[in-house]
Design a protein around this ligand. Structure first.
Ligand code: NAD
Length: 318
């Protein structure tokens, strides 16, 4: 049994990871300030004696230090971040605080408490706008175009230096778009919300051709667990994802079909991006992780379908 801290543990991906880590027999402390996460995401674990949910801002290093000492934390999964990229586009401080400064808080608390093992949730956004190349972990010239991508790349850089200075062992996964039950944001979430308000017309940001790989959250969480528990020295980075990709227009069609809506009028806002800072297309080269035997259960369209299946009950209720 390990004593594990998950930052952002009440969020979309964090809550699934809580379930996985408990299932594997660990003690799990979830830290969240509930800016975007919700207590109900982890409510089903509330009676588990090996689980605790703590309300705290992960930027508060002193509080984190006390928490980590109290629970003898020996491994951290750092997922706390701003995930509302459109919101931070209007206010860069959101990403400075919640995406970068939370990472600094975690690293410093780990240094103070002599905790050596870290998993970090990074993103394809660190690569910036490289639409015509298959992105490998060694692709250079990283130039993020969103504050979020910048804060994640800065986090990776700080992690590298802390790992070297303090002998941390770190696994970094650069996620593509992640979807599944308990979604808190993103294109599927937006389309459902918009169609619930107006089932006749759907406003689609951009021209609908934006095309990205979507990974199913349970496939991702299995990989996070499996790979983070491997022995390693230093910092290891993996692109994780699926081979194919799905366009925004295809997602709109699948959401409408699942809602039983026909003849919905699509209104495109135009241009090939959803918003400034959005990377309209990207594709990973997954050779590195595939060489280890990784194969997700769902491809990109399969992830969208499985997500819509998992959200069925919520849709019927409204
Ligand atoms: N969902 C995706 O498509 C995706 C893609 C790439 C990377 N990621 C990364 O995965 C991680 C989890 O994302 P998610 O999709 O579950 O988003 P999420 O918003 O559901 O989860 C993030 C959690 O962090 C918490 N948080 C934010 N600032 C905090 C702070 N200062 N102190 C404590 N808690 C704080 C939020 O309340 C939330 O519960 C994030 O680091 C995100 O950047 C997600």
């Amino acid at each position: 049994m390990e004593n594990i801290l998950i930052t952002g543990g009440a969020g979309f991906i964090g809550s699934h990871l809580v379930g996985k880590l408990l299932e594997e027999g660990n003690k799990v402390i979830a830290a969240d300030n509930f800016t975007l996460g919700k207590r109900e995401n982890v409510a089903k674990y509330a009676d588990d004696p090996y689980f605790e949910l703590v309300e705290t801002d992960v930027q508060d290093i002193d509080a984190l230090e006390v928490l980590m000492n109290k629970h003898k934390i020996n491994r951290v999964y750092h997922l706390a971040a701003n995930s509302d990229i459109q919101q931070s586009a209007k206010d860069p401080m959101i990403d400075y605080r919640n995406t970068f400064n939370t990472t600094y808080g975690v690293l410093e608390a780990m240094r103070r408490t002599n905790c050596k093992k870290l998993f970090f949730a990074s993103t394809s956004a660190v690569y910036g706008e490289k639409t015509d190349v298959n992105l490998t972990e060694d692709t250079g010239g990283l130039a993020p175009i969103s504050y979020y991508g910048g804060a994640k790349l800065a986090s990776e850089a700080f992690i590298s230096s802390y790992a070297h200075m303090n002998d941390f062992d770190v696994l970094i996964f650069r996620f593509p778009n992640v979807i599944g039950p308990n979604l808190t944001h993103g294109v599927i979430f937006d389309f459902i919300r918009k169609l619930q308000n107006d089932p006749e017309e759907l406003t689609i940001l951009g021209d609908g051709t934006q095309c990205k790989p979507y990974i199913y959250v349970l496939d991702l969480v299995d990989a996070i667990y499996r790979y983070s528990m491997n022995d390693r020295k230093g910092v290891e980075i993996f692109n994780i994802g699926v081979e194919n990709a799905t366009t925004v227009k295809e997602i709109a069609d699948m959401v409408c079909e699942r809602l039983g809506l026909e003849n919905v009028k699509y209104k495109f806002t135009g241009g090939n991006i959803g918003w400034k800072g959005d990377v309209p297309k990207f594709q990973y080269d997954l050779s590195k992780i595939k060489a280890t035997g990784w194969k997700p259960e769902h491809d990109s369209n399969g992830s969208v379908k499985a997500t819509l299946d998992s959200l069925d009950i919520q849709l019927c209720k409204r």
